[in-house]
Design a protein around this ligand. Sequence first.
Ligand SMILES: [Zn+2]
Length: 264
Amino acid sequence: MTVLVDSHSHIYDKAYADDLEVVLTNAREVGVAKVVVCGDDISSSLAALEMGSRHDIVVPTAGVHPHAARDVDGAALDEIARLAALPEVAAVGEIGLDFYRDLSAREDQIAALEAQLTIAAAAGKPACVHSREAEDAIATPLGKYASKSPLPLSGRPAGVMHCFGGTLEQSRRYVDMGFLISLACIVTYPRNDEARRIAMELPLTALLVETDSPYLPPQHIHDPETHVAQVGPVLREQILRDGPGVLDDGVQIHVIQSMHAGRC
Ligand SMILES: [Zn+2]
């Protein structure tokens, strides 16, 4: 069975409060080895950590999302640094910039990002990065971070560009810096030709998949056959080109369905 990792989820969300066990069982049954559960503030980072202590399949991360950047003070950074140093915490994130919704002031977003990237580099943990409408502004801090992180020197990824929404050219820039590109279900959305182009062009070794559950359910999730028809050819063509990898379109669909159970 293909081994799959959901590289980004928020399954501490109340959408899963009543059926988390079912969701995790379904995920295991279709070959999901690990589900990365990303903190987006202090309390969800602690929730992810606690979930990881109860479920082997769960891999927690810790960080404050750009939407909540205004809340990032010294105490919050101390707590992120404490969590990042724990061996069971796999990454610092979800951190980044969101200039689309601008829920925190841009100066606050940049300051929170830079401070948390410093924590990631010091802890030797990868960064889990959210970037929306901020490709120009985020490239410089990420480049500085990647040059300081010890990870690329030892051949490990400096981080993950989660739910990547930029262009193929931008994705190549991040891969050159040492980041992996994670594709979410937006790869199934009709207007997202660029995500499909990235799925086709980047080597499998540079790609991850994620559900970002409970957000971004796949297009036409109510009609799995239609969904398979859309996402299948993209992934299948890449697998045929590069050989078997972690992606299998049939399994991927099941993962996405099971992770979104209860929402669709
Ligand atoms: Zn997220």
